[in-house]
Ligand binder design. Structure first.
Ligand SMILES: Cc1cc2nc3c(=O)[nH]c(=O)nc-3n(C[C@H](O)[C@H](O)[C@H](O)COP(=O)(O)OP(=O)(O)OC[C@H]3O[C@@H](n4cnc5c(N)ncnc54)[C@H](O)[C@@H]3O)c2cc1C
Length: 413
């Protein structure tokens, strides 16, 4: 029931992160009253930690091929309303100079994420968007044609339009505790299974702890039995619990859905450019020329010296054995081992260590031309709350900017 204490707005945006701030700016263009309610004491807290504090704001090559969850057509349509070129122009028009780094990754020239958050905050203030900070939304319901929003301090608001941008569950220390999923579910939306993505992996094997901090270049494959789930070349970082590094994070989201039911394995090929035969020939030559050295010392030019003894021990070869005493069978084991170091994944690290959430509100229930719910008129959703996640490299923020912008424009019509 409505009461006289409830304050009225045209549009209420719940969650002042990347998508919510962008939605606030685009929603205010028609001059209606727009309110952003943010749980934290400042806007864009997660944006501030993106890109190691530098904010990889978008990617020159953002297209549907980098996105997962929702159908590629859905993602493509939403991106097309406010693509990476428009995002770059948008920030440049706010006075933010940008620069491009490897693989099309775009950063502010200041190398500071706060440049992005400050620019958005100032634009929201210039557009007279009302902002309430440090006061989370606790209840969201719809009665007749109006939404009722109740904050933690019991303040209540009503609005004909809501934009839900509460983000996912990843890195909940940034305020993203998944509150929006429950409201969306209460409104009848399906929430697909949620998994941490862009997240490190724990392994059954304990040996990575002995080389923690070591980074190797490898081709990584993630498998279940004979089935290859995904592959990627890049950095592997050994940690006290297992594996991290950019390439591992990138593959983790593909492994996570299978971890409870299947044994997922990670295979590291340290010499993807060599066939097994060629590599074995090279190792045979090393052993021939360095027969008096220990096998671990003779291989010190092939892989980092702190890795070799552990690698050999895992193959049950004594690292101190003379290279000349290594049998052909043992040598073949070594060359095959370099091309296929196998680790069994015990689990993904928890959501609080993940950069994004895979899964979310089923995108089939959202109109990609407006971001409006097909189930609840007047309810718009944008950003990570939806069943969309992406590769690392600026693609996740691009999703938040595109979908937030579109939701704001549509809600203000
Ligand atoms: C460590 C890290 C690094 C990252 N680096 C990058 C990168 O460089 N490039 C990239 O593209 N992506 C990066 N990402 C991912 C990117 O930050 C997110 O995908 C993006 O911020 C999602 O935008 P969003 O608006 O949907 O959610 P968020 O930005 O998470 O915003 C959601 C907001 O809603 C608020 N909220 C939640 N519940 C309530 C409530 N009940 N009431 C009021 N407010 C509420 C939260 O406090 C939060 O501020 C990174 C993520 C992490 C964790």
């Amino acid at each position: 029931m409505y009461n006289h204490k409830m304050k009225k707005c045209d549009i209420i945006i719940i969650g002042g992160g990347a998508a919510g701030m962008m939605a606030g700016i685009s929603a205010s263009r028609k001059g209606g009253s727009v309110l952003i309610v943010e749980k934290n004491l400042k806007l864009g807290r997660k944006v501030l930690v993106t890109g190691n504090g530098r904010c990889n704001v978008t990617n020159r090559y953002a297209d549907k091929s980098h996105y997962y969850g929702a159908s590629p057509d859905f993602v493509e349509k939403v991106l097309s309303y406010f693509d990476q070129r428009q995002v770059m122009k948008f920030f440049e028009n706010l006075g933010v100079l940008l620069k491009e780094e490897d693989n099309g990754r775009i950063f502010p020239r200041t190398n500071q994420a706060k440049t992005i958050v400050n620019a958005l905050t100032e634009e929201l203030e210039a557009k007279k968007v009302r902002i309430i900070l440090g006061n989370p939304v606790r209840h969201l319901i719809k009665e007749k044609n109006l939404f009722q929003v109740k904050l933690q301090n019991s303040e209540e608001f009503i609005a004909a339009k809501i934009i839900l941008t509460t983000g996912g569950k990843a890195s909940e220390q940034c305020g993203t505790t998944g509150d929006g999923y429950a409201w969306a579910a209460n409104f009848g939306h399906r929430i697909t299974a949620l998994y941490p993505a862009l997240v490190p992996l724990e392994t059954d094997e304990r040996w990575p702890k002995a080389v923690q901090g070591l980074k190797l270049e490898a081709k990584i494959s993630v498998t279940i039995g004979e089935r290859v789930l995904a592959e990627k070349s890049g950095d592997v970082l050994f940690t006290h619990y297992g594996l991290s590094g950019l390439a591992v994070l990138a593959l983790a989201g593909k492994a996570a859905p299978f971890l409870t039911e299947h044994k997922v394995k990670v295979h590291l090929d340290l010499f993807p450019e060599e066939t097994h035969k060629n590599l074995d020939r090279k190792i045979a030559k090393i052993f021939d020329l360095n027969g008096k050295k220990s096998v671990k010392n003779s291989l010190a030019g092939a892989a980092p010296s702190n890795f070799i003894p552990i690698f050999l021990s895992n193959l049950r070869i004594n690292p101190d054995k003379k290279a000349a005493e290594i049998s052909k069978k043992e040598r073949l084991k070594i060359s095959a081992g370099f091309k296929n170091i196998v680790l069994a994944v015990s689990r993904a690290r928890p959501f609080k260590e993940a950069q994004v959430t895979a899964g979310g509100v089923d995108a089939n229930e959202i109109d990609p031309a407006t971001m409006e719910s097909k189930i609840v008129p007047g309810l718009y959703l944008a950003g990570e709350i939806l069943d969309v996640d992406a590769d690392s490299g600026g693609y996740n923020l691009q999703w938040a900017w595109s979908s937030g912008y579109l939701a704001g424009v549509s809600a203000s019509k």
